[in-house]
Design a protein around this ligand. Structure first.
Ligand SMILES: Cc1cc2nc3c(=O)[nH]c(=O)nc-3n(C[C@H](O)[C@H](O)[C@H](O)COP(=O)(O)OP(=O)(O)OC[C@H]3O[C@@H](n4cnc5c(N)ncnc54)[C@H](O)[C@@H]3O)c2cc1C
Length: 328
């Protein structure tokens, strides 16, 4: 029989070494929207070893009641350990929606979880539509939006695109319950993390992103972009794919379909044409300013403020003006 109303939503915390990742609160924000429509109760779930501190942080930052699943196999992330723990937990608890970040770990275990639960799996969700409940994702390089209605009788595992939903501000603090699981030995054992070189930026938490495209003309000219970024607190440098492909900036700077999805308060696109694959990563920015010599550049279709200018002439003036204003 078709169930008319979903009852429970589970949000799985994204964390690294026991520290909650900011995307987790975006998952909670999405869950709240879904809950308004489905009247479903939301619970949080954290997996780790030890898991108490992480669960408490999650309950505090989300306002949700959080269950912490603890087992020594969960000391490092592995899909095998996550699946064993989740299958054990979900054998006793029934949820209608399980919400996971569309991240490196989410990609790794979410499809297998949906298979194990014989559920719906919808990846890269960017939007939710009510009555009947449908989820929207991008396909064909972001050119087409696909609306998917899950089979309501089945559990739905959803992986959410980071940056697609604004994080929540909790009003209350949730409670924490820790469950110690008995899990079999793993077939593979993670030995630890190899840290990447520290990055100078975190695109997802920047309030201002100065994004640079092929129009900059070469790595040796990037100081202009760095100087503009230096004018703002909490700023970061974004890049279009050709800039990354040319090796002018690292992959961690790339915005777009094969890079990151961002929604800063201000996005300044410098010498970027604004192809759809770039747009899908930044079109939810609060204010978009584009500087481009080509009046027909696609970026001007979505920019709130468009400046038809050579960045090499315009940016030094802009930087000087901002510095003068800051010195007042
Ligand atoms: C499967 C797939 C995935 C992709 N994923 C991504 C992705 O994640 N992110 C991404 O960005 N792209 C992605 N792309 C590439 C995308 O299609 C575009 O090629 C790319 O975004 C263009 O980058 P750009 O705007 O820097 O370069 P161009 O399109 O070459 O544009 C450069 C712009 O700079 C302007 N310009 C030149 N000189 C100046 C100057 N002196 N002052 C001001 N303006 C100037 C030009 O008028 C032009 O508009 C993907 C493509 C595919 C097929």
């Amino acid at each position: 029989m078709r169930r008319m109303m979903a009852k429970k939503i589970l949000v799985i915390a994204e964390h690294r070494k026991g520290k909650l990742n900011a995307v987790t609160n975006e998952l909670v924000s999405f869950a709240q929207k879904l809950s308004e429509q489905t009247k479903a109760e939301i619970e949080g779930l954290a997996l780790g070893y030890p898991v108490k501190e992480l669960s408490e942080e999650f309950a505090k930052k989300s306002g949700l009641n959080v269950i912490g699943l603890e087992n020594k196999n969960l000391v490092f992330y592995s899909a095998e350990a996550y699946l064993l723990a989740l299958r054990e937990f979900l054998a006793k608890e029934r949820y209608d929606f399980i919400i996971i970040a569309h991240s490196a770990t989410g990609w790794d275990f979410a499809p297998a979880l949906a298979m194990a639960l014989d559920g719906n799996f919808i990846s890269g969700v960017i939007e939710f539509k009510p009555e009947p409940v449908r989820f929207v994702r991008r396909i064909c390089g972001g050119k087409i939006l696909l609306e998917i209605e899950p089979i309501p009788e089945k559990i739905s595992v959803l992986s959410l695109m980071p940056g697609a939903f604004r994080p929540v501000e909790p009003k209350t603090q949730g409670k924490v319950k820790i469950l110690n699981l008995n899990l079999p030995e793993l077939k593979t054992r993670a030995l630890g993390y190899l840290e990447a070189k520290p990055k100078s930026l975190n695109l997802s938490s920047a309030e201002v992103i100065i994004a640079v495209g092929r129009g900059i003309g070469g790595a040796e000219k990037l100081d202009l972009i760095k100087n503009l970024a230096g004018c703002f607190e909490r700023s970061a440098i974004g890049a279009s794919r050709p800039v990354v492909d040319a090796g002018w900036l690292g992959l961690e700077h790339q915005v777009g379909q094969t890079g990151q999805t961002v929604q800063p308060r201000l996005y300044i696109a410098c010498g970027i044409s604004g192809q759809i694959q770039h747009q899908v990563g930044m079109n939810k920015s609060e204010v978009i300013v584009a500087i481009n010599t080509d009046p027909k550049a696609m970026i001007f279709n979505l920019a709130h403020l468009g400046i038809i200018q050579d960045i090499h002439k315009f940016l030094p003036i802009l930087i000087r003006k901002i510095q003068e204003l800051k010195a007042l």
